[in-house]
Write a new protein. Structure first.
Length: 337
């Protein structure tokens, strides 16, 4: 009976929904009306449907890409993400809450400038845990209904928050440069006590030597600081000259990060330096950085990528006669450019 709008802002495709604790309603995001038929794919609202009567009521009334509703354990409040409608190409999401009756919608993270993901209520219904990508890593944060926000975990890794116990023990997936994804548990109260429960790729990696990964910060043409990484061949010798492959991410609103990358390691094992960066337009660096290519793509992102190549060349490792570029999706656009 309704059209569900696929969410595109921030590359989070799909819909979200959650039961109320008493099982009487399902809260979901979507779009049941569209004043402008050219825009509904970029807008959504929150609704609640009664599973017995099928009556549907609307919770949000201000336009925005509202998505991912999660109902609090006490059934009083719904947490979700989004922002007031804007014509910008990219804007960081905020963590919002609203009463189950549609009252008192407000942001809990107006100053965070990073997009909350994977929302989970604390057992006492007084705070929400979530992950946020930041400068190539992802860690867990906590926002209270009283308005305080703190980072719970730390580390150079990609860490998810998939489930938690009433006692505050979280389960998720952790990965980093040399560690493929595995299931971990950790304590939310202190952010420590991480325990790895699986080693699903140990048989594959046990006999392999992986290439080292070096973080790189450099200045673009206008002085903007850009983050990237270089994967080196396993037998890397800094006195030799190596061919270089620039790998460009898609989106373009996405974030290359510190997760394990089989493709990059394969290219490095084949004798290439692999450079991957987060030029302007990337997520994980705030709204202004991500929106810098609004109505201008490619533009400054091209200069950011070229400056990254120059930064690696200055290290003295690169055979400048053998420079290559590849990319996926939006990275294919930039590769062709």
């Amino acid at each position: 009976p309704w059209n569900v709008g696929a969410r595109t802002i921030g590359l989070d495709y799909g819909i979200g929904f959650d039961w109320t604790p008493d099982g009487s309603e399902i809260v979901f995001d979507g779009l049941m009306e569209a004043d402008d038929p050219t825009e509904p794919y970029r807008r959504s609202h929150l609704y609640a449907v009664n599973v017995k009567t099928l009556e549907t009521r609307k919770l949000t009334f201000h336009n925005g890409p509202w998505a991912g509703p999660v109902v609090s354990p006490d059934g009083r409040t719904v947490a979700f993400t989004g922002f007031p409608w804007t014509g910008q190409t990219y804007r960081v999401d905020e963590l919002y809450v609203i009463g189950i009756d549609g009252s008192d919608q407000r942001s809990l993270t107006p100053k965070l400038d990073r997009s909350p993901r994977e929302l989970h209520w604390a057992a006492d219904s007084k705070s929400v845990y979530f992950t946020a990508g930041d400068r190539g890593s992802a860690n867990v944060h906590q926002a209270t209904l009283a308005g305080t926000v703190r980072q719970v975990t730390s580390g150079v890794h990609m860490l998810s928050l998939d489930s938690l116990t009433d006692g505050g023990v979280a389960a998720g997936i952790a990965q980093s440069f040399h560690q493929p994804p595995d299931v971990v548990t950790y304590r939310l109260a202190t952010g420590d006590g991480m325990k790895t429960l699986t080693r699903v790729n140990q048989d594959l990696l046990g006999g392999l030597t992986l290439g080292d990964v070096e973080e790189l910060w450099y200045e673009s043409a206008d002085g903007t600081r850009v983050q990237g990484w270089v994967v080196k061949p396993p037998d890397f010798d800094p006195e030799k000259q190596w061919p270089l492959i620039l790998h460009v991410h898609g989106g373009p609103h996405a974030m290359y990060n510190v997760r394990f990358n089989f493709s990059f390691q394969h290219l490095a094992a084949s004798g290439y330096l692999v450079l991957y960066t987060n030029p302007r337009g990337s997520t994980g660096y705030g709204t202004d950085f991500g929106n810098a290519i609004d109505k201008s793509y490619p533009s400054v992102d091209y200069h950011d990528l070229m400056a990254g190549i120059d930064a690696v060349i200055t290290r003295g490792w690169v055979d400048e006669r053998r420079l290559y570029v590849t990319g996926v999706s939006g990275g294919g656009v930039l590769s062709s450019w």
